[in-house]
Design a protein around this ligand. Structure first.
Ligand SMILES: *[C@@H]1O[C@H](CO)[C@@H](O)[C@H](O)[C@H]1NC(C)=O
Ligand SMILES: *[C@@H]1O[C@H](CO)[C@@H](O)[C@H](O)[C@H]1NC(C)=O
Length: 325
C-alpha cells in the first residue's frame, strides 16, 4: 500500500520530467516489437528511470513503469515493454536489455532494479517502446556524480578525487545565478566524535535549497526536515509539486522537480549519489562535483571561475562561508 502511494506521488512529482527528455524515433523498431501489445486508447504510459547508485564498481538504476487509465480499470492482459539501457557516451553500446512487465489485473506499477558494471562514464540513456502508442522513446537518464566514505568523490564527468575537509561544502549547484535553482551542501566531519574537525572525515549532513529556499535538511542523526518540519512518514511530497522524499531504512531518496535532480543518501556508506536529469544543467552546474560538461579534465573550477589542479585548493574554495571552525 505504501509503495503504491509512493508511486502515485512519484508519478505526480515526476510528470514534468517526461516532457523534457522525450524523443520520437524510428518506426522500424516499433514495427518489430508491435506484436507484443494491442494498441488501445484510454491509457497513458510512463517509464521512470531513477538513479540509486553510480560508483566506480557498479551503477544501479531502478526503472518504474506505470500506466494511468482513463477509466480506472485494471489491466486485462500482461503488458511487456522492451527496454534497453545504453551508454550515451558510446552511442550504440547497449549495457542492458530486457523486458519490463506490467501484469494483468494490476492497476499500474512495476519496478525493476538494474545493475550495470561501474564506469567512469556516468551518462546513460534508456530506450523503451510505449506499449500503447508503440512509439519508441529515448530518454536521457542524466549525469550522475557521487561521494562516499572518506570521502571519495566522483564528479558528474567521472573525475575521481579524495578530499578530507571538515567544513560544509557546495557539492553542486546551478551556476551563474544569485539564487541558484538548486544547491546541495554537505557537512564534512571527522570520524571521531571527540575530534570532529580532524581527518579522516566523511559526509554527515546535507542542506538542499531550491531557488534560495532550504527545502531539505538531512541532519547528522539522519532525521530529515522538509521546509523546516520533521519528516516522520515513509514518503512525503515537498510543497505543492516541488519534489518528493522517501526513506528506506537509513537510505533517504529525494527528488526535486524544478530542475529535475535526484539524490540518494546511503548513511551506512556515508555515500550520496546526485543525478542531474535536466539536460539544461549540463555545463551549467558548479561545485565539488564539477561542471557536468562531459569532460573529466576541466572539473576543478573554483567559485571565482578560475581552474586549479590542487585538490585542497579546489575543495577549500567550495567551503560555505562561516561553516569552518
Ligand atoms: C544548513 O541548514 C541548517 C539548518 O537550517 C543551518 O543551521 C546550517 O547553517 C546550514 N548549513 C549550510 C552549510 O548552509
Ligand atoms: C540502501 O541503498 C543501498 C543501495 O545504495 C541498497 O543496497 C540497500 O539495500 C538499501 N537499504 C535499504 C534498507 O533500503
Amino acid at each position: 500500500m505504501l509503495f503504491r502511494s509512493f508511486l502515485a506521488v512519484l508519478a505526480f512529482a515526476l510528470l514534468y520530467s517526461f516532457a523534457t527528455a522525450y524523443v520520437k524515433a524510428e518506426n522500424e523498431l516499433t514495427a518489430q516489437k508491435s506484436h507484443q501489445v494491442e494498441k488501445r486508447a484510454g491509457y497513458t504510459f510512463h517509464c521512470v528511470p531513477e538513479w540509486l547508485q553510480c560508483t566506480a564498481v557498479q551503477v544501479v538504476i531502478r526503472i518504474l513503469v506505470f500506466i494511468v487509465t482513463d477509466t480506472g480499470a485494471p489491466l486485462e492482459t500482461d503488458l511487456v515493454i522492451s527496454t534497453e539501457i545504453e551508454s550515451e557516451s558510446n552511442p550504440g553500446v547497449v549495457l542492458w536489455s530486457g523486458e519490463l512487465t506490467l501484469h494483468a489485473g494490476s492497476f499500474f506499477e512495476s519496478s525493476q532494479t538494474i545493475y550495470l558494471p561501474g564506469n567512469a562514464n556516468t551518462l546513460f540513456g534508456i530506450i523503451y517502446t510505449d506499449p500503447f502508442s508503440l512509439i519508441l522513446n529515448h530518454e536521457l537518464l542524466g549525469r550522475c556524480g557521487q561521494g562516499s566514505g572518506d570521502p571519495h568523490m566522483v564528479t558528474f564527468d567521472g573525475h575521481k578525487f579524495d578530499f578530507n575537509g571538515h567544513c560544509s561544502y557546495v557539492l553542486t549547484q546551478e551556476c551563474d545565478k544569485d539564487a541558484p535553482s538548486f544547491q546541495v551542501t554537505a557537512d564534512f566531519r571527522g570520524r571521531n566524535p571527540s575530534t570532529p574537525y580532524e581527518p579522516p572525515t566523511r559526509m554527515v549532513a546535507f542542506n538542499i535549497t531550491n531557488y534560495g529556499t532550504q527545502v531539505i535538511r538531512i541532519n547528522e542523526d539522519n532525521s530529515v526536515l522538509i521546509k523546516g518540519k520533521a519528516f516522520t512518514t515513509h514518503s512525503a511530497r515537498i510543497g505543492d509539486n516541488e519534489g518528493f522524499v522517501s526513506r528506506s531504512g537509513s537510505n533517504v531518496t529525494i527528488y526535486l522537480t524544478q530542475p529535475s535532480v535526484s539524490l540518494n543518501w546511503n548513511r551506512r556508506l556515508h555515500g550520496i549519489t546526485i543525478g542531474l536529469e535536466n539536460v539544461d544543467l549540463f555545463s551549467n552546474v558548479c561545485g565539488m562535483l564539477g561542471n557536468a560538461d562531459g569532460d573529466p579534465n576541466n572539473d576543478f573550477v573554483m567559485p571565482d571561475g578560475k581552474s586549479t589542479s590542487d585538490v585542497v585548493e579546489f575543495g577549500n574554495s567550495w567551503a560555505v562561508g562561516g561553516s569552518c571552525p
